[in-house]
Ligand binder design. Structure first.
Ligand SMILES: *Cc1c(COP(=O)(O)O)cnc(C)c1O
Length: 450
């Protein structure tokens, strides 16, 4: 009988991360200094990141060794299981085989500790004593709080205010791991105060919270900034997911036809897909499809434009070339807080631009319906973010007449998102399709480059 879950031994934990910079179809446009318009050098990033992460950010080496201290912490929950979704397949009457990598087994409940552990480790090695960061739904903040604590670092989290209010349990988790958490916009930073002056009731956004955390790090000697997605080194740390999944699929003689993941900044999608896209970019697996799934309320890849933009609202970050809805774009407050970001990872955007990957967008009600079917067949109650990829997988598989192997990343559990499921059950969820006018308006604020 075919196994339901495919398990690797701890000794099979990957020894290297995969750096897709070595295989991109065209060079990644460099991040620019917004003041000079010139490409950034390592020294420009030194005030906010440790040197080793800056090196990884710019590295063109295909494989980068995972430090033993990081692998030791990974062992707490890695290698994560790969499941075959037999019951979901049956419910869909599909001929497709559906596999999912389950990242909800980490202490924080999502894929995010894969990079949090690495980032906390390199900061500790370089003598940093505090990390500042932003969090949307609270998953990144909890992952970094967990990681910072293990390596003896303090952690300050700027949490998007709407999530801070909707999701108190995530805040309590962070505090349990020893972090301090503030609802953003705060009046602790210049960026926060400026926003509150314009709109005292501002629900916050990831863009605003990033501004606050970057400002905190840049203005404190002992503090560095830590980002949970978007950057090259973050996506690279997540490739442990896809590297493991490849081995696990090999064990049952499979290779995916389609790889899917939801996209906020792009890290979990990159984590599962990049090790497979390596084969496509090399020319070995030309027909492999990779599908990135985002919310219609924040349709970065499907309706944004490919341009240089700031990563944050207050224009403190470098300019990066990406699909963007404009750094002033504030998405409607959907329950998938982790997908409310105006941009996406430059590596992912380049791959979308070059048509190596595809993108799709879904509304939140259809996503919760999909997540409910998943819960009733597979058992796991997934995060609202993850519900987006489940909807896409169901569409891909439903009524599928030919044999096809679908692999997706089940990025995290929704155990702290019961209020969202409750709103769904009570018919209180609202669908949002972002109007063209709103995107047009925020794109007016794109910086002029070159
Ligand atoms: C943060 C998060 C996401 C979105 O972020 P990416 O960087 O795009 O992966 C998706 N799912 C879960 C469970 C998350 O916590």
């Amino acid at each position: 009988m075919e196994p339901t879950k495919i398990i690797l031994d701890e000794n099979d934990l990957p020894k290297d991360w995969y750096n897709i910079n070595a295989d991109l179809p065209s060079p990644l446009p460099p991040p620019l200094n917004p003041g000079t318009g010139k490409p950034l050098g390592p020294q420009d990033l030194a005030p906010i990141f440790p040197m080793e992460l800056i090196k990884q950010e710019m590295s063109l080496e295909r494989h980068i060794k995972i430090p033993e201290e990081v692998r030791e912490v990974y062992r707490l929950w890695r290698p994560s299981p790969l499941y075959r979704a037999f019951r979901l397949e049956k419910a869909l009457k599909t001929k497709a085989k559906i596999y999912y990598k389950w990242e909800g087994v980490s202490p924080a409940g999502s894929h995010k500790p894969n990079t949090a552990i690495a980032q906390a480790y390199y900061n500790m090695k370089e003598g940093v004593s505090r990390l500042a960061t932003e969090t949307g739904a609270g998953q990144w903040g909890s992952a970094l709080s967990f990681a910072a604590n293990l390596f003896g670092l303090k952690c300050t989290v700027y949490m998007v205010k709407v999530s801070y209010e909707q999701k108190p349990y995530r805040r309590i988790m962070m505090e349990t791991w020893g972090a301090e958490v503030f609802p953003s916009p705060t009046n602790k930073t210049n960026s926060g105060r400026a926003i509150l002056k314009q709109d005292p009731k501002c629900p916050g956004s990831l863009g605003i919270a990033i501004s606050e955390a970057v400002e905190d790090a840049a203005t404190h000697e002992d503090t560095k900034y830590s980002l949970g997605s978007v950057l090259n080194h973050v996506l690279m740390h997540q490739t442990v997911i896809g590297i493991e999944a490849k081995k696990q699929l090999e064990m049952v003689g499979e290779y995916p036809d389609v790889v899917m993941g939801c996209v906020g900044g792009g890290s979990n999608f990159a984590g599962i897909s990049f090790p497979f896209l390596h084969d496509k970019l090399k020319g070995d697996k030309k027909d492999l499809r990779a599908v990135a799934v985002e919310p219609t309320a924040c349709p970065t890849l499907t309706r944004g434009i490919y341009a240089y933009d700031f990563g944050d609202t207050a224009q403190l970050t470098p300019l990066v070339k990406m699909y963007t809805l404009g750094h002033t774009f504030i998405p409607d407050t959907i329950h998938a807080g982790g997908l409310r970001y105006h941009g996406a990872a430059p590596q992912l955007c380049l791959l979308a631009k070059e048509k190596v990957i595809e993108a799709k967008a879904y509304n939140q009600i259809e996503c919760f319906k999909a997540a409910e079917l998943f819960a009733r067949t597979e058992g796991f109650i997934v995060a609202p973010e993850t519900s987006h990829v489940i909807k896409a997988v169901i569409d891909e598989a439903r009524g599928c007449k030919e044999e096809k192997t679908i692999l997706f990343n089940n990025s995290g559990h929704g155990n702290f998102d019961m209020a969202s499921y409750d709103a769904f059950h009570q018919g209180k969820l609202v669908d949002y399709i972002c109007p063209d006018s709103k995107i047009k308006e925020s794109l007016k604020c794109l910086p002029k480059v070159g």
